[in-house]
Design a protein around this ligand. Structure first.
Ligand SMILES: [Ca+2]
Length: 152
């Protein structure tokens, strides 16, 4: 009985592997290469809500894939569901993108949430990145055991 099940399961597994292999070249699979790379959750100095201090708090994404990925509509959120929705921006293969909490002018490598309050808790929190569809792509958690920042 067991042998029969294995024999029938193997071709199915091989088929699944083939399908996965085929999908590797699609944009959906390439999107899997985007990760939360580094989070600076406790900005330097006192938390005085100055623009400089707010922007000293950031999340850096990295595209580890081999093709550019559009982040349009993707969401970066904390454990309390404070959400940042990405504009129509692409992250190139092997490139980094930093999302600052405070105000500023967006560039190719730096985006600004334009907030007047901190988002990433200093004691513990989780940053989560999802696609526009809501599918989770990456997350990063920290506690007071970590210093002011965390590599994920
Ligand atoms: Ca903070």
């Amino acid at each position: 009985m067991r042998t029969v099940r294995l024999r029938t399961a193997l071709p199915a597994l091989a088929g699944a592997a083939l399908v996965t292999g085929t999908l590797l070249s699609t944009p959906a699979e390439a999107a899997g290469g985007v990760k939360i790379h580094h989070v600076w959750f406790d900005s330097p100095g006192s938390d005085n809500r100055s623009t400089k201090s707010l922007n000293g708090e950031w999340v850096q994404l990295r595209n580890t894939g081999r093709s550019a990925v559009s982040l349009k509509g993707w969401v970066l959120k904390d454990a309390s569901n404070h959400r940042y929705v990405f504009p129509d921006v692409r992250i190139g293969a092997g490139k980094y993108l930093k999302v600052h909490t405070g105000s500023g002018s967006d560039t190719a490598s730096d985006k600004y949430q334009d907030r007047r309050a901190y988002v990433w808790n200093n004691d513990r929190d989780t940053a989560t990145l999802t696609r526009a569809s809501g599918t989770k792509v990456s997350s990063c958690s920290w506690t007071t055991r970590d210093p002011s920042d965390k590599y994920c």
